[in-house]
Structures are given as structure tokens and as C-alpha cells.
Design a binder for this molecule. Sequence first.
Ligand SMILES: [Zn+2]
Length: 154
Amino acid sequence: MFAIPYEAPYGVLGMKFRCLSDHDCKAVHKNRYLNPSGNGTRLYNTADLFRNEEFLAIAEGEIDAITSHMAGIPTVGAPGATSWKPEFTRMIRGYKAVYVYADNDDGGTGLEKFAEPLAALIENARVILLPEGHDVNSFVQENGYDALKELIGV
Ligand SMILES: [Zn+2]
């Protein structure tokens, strides 16, 4: 499995794991991701909250957050709108703009179940709907990092 460290400026707080096999994860072991018990539900890549920028992006999941971060955009990864916690909202105050990515490869659930409910909780939030058929990662693979920055307007 691919190890995903949850790293804060003062160290690693936890680890998640993503299956890299070609099989249908749901059929073999229920989940593509393994979140060891005791790990809790955390915001991913909180180190980007300490950057001196007026804007922030929120992606659904770690892989999209890594891709957006690699594009030079300060980005945290949310565990999913239903497991969002009030303390996450408190960590995301004071930004001029918070871009919430909505995946568009899932028949509308990225927008309706993730981005819109999340944007309603966060001040100065703007939903960024990815083009049809894309999540953040596939969009960058096809169009490059600069295209992602253009999409959100930074
Ligand atoms: Zn698997």
C-alpha cells in the first residue's frame, strides 16, 4: 500500500494507506483506503495553513490535495463533507478566498455532497467545479499545473 503521512509542522500525526492493486478494492477488502484505528479524522496537509497566502484551496481527499499543492496552491485535503468537524472550520478563518474543488467525475456527488455543503460553512468560500469527467488529479494530468491555477484564478 501507498503510505500517506499526515504531517504537521512539528511532526507526523498519523498515517493513511491507499491500495495500489488493480483489483476491485470494494470486493476484496471493502475500502481502497486504510485508516488505522486511533488515527482519528484529520485535515490533510495542515502545513499549508502556515503559508503566508491570502487564499487556500480545499480538495476532497489526499491525492487531489497533493496535486493542488504541487501546483503551488496552498491546499488542505478534507476527509469528506460528512466527516467535516467544527474545528476544521475554525482553522480556515481569515482567508480572502477559499476555493473548494468539486470533482466532476461522479455524476454530481462531488458538487452536491462535498463542495456545496462545505462552502456553506466557510467564510469567503467559492466552489470550483472541475470540467466534466475530471477530478483535480486527472485535470492536472491532462492540462498541467498552470491550467489548475488558471481555473481557480490565482
Ligand atoms: Zn485493494
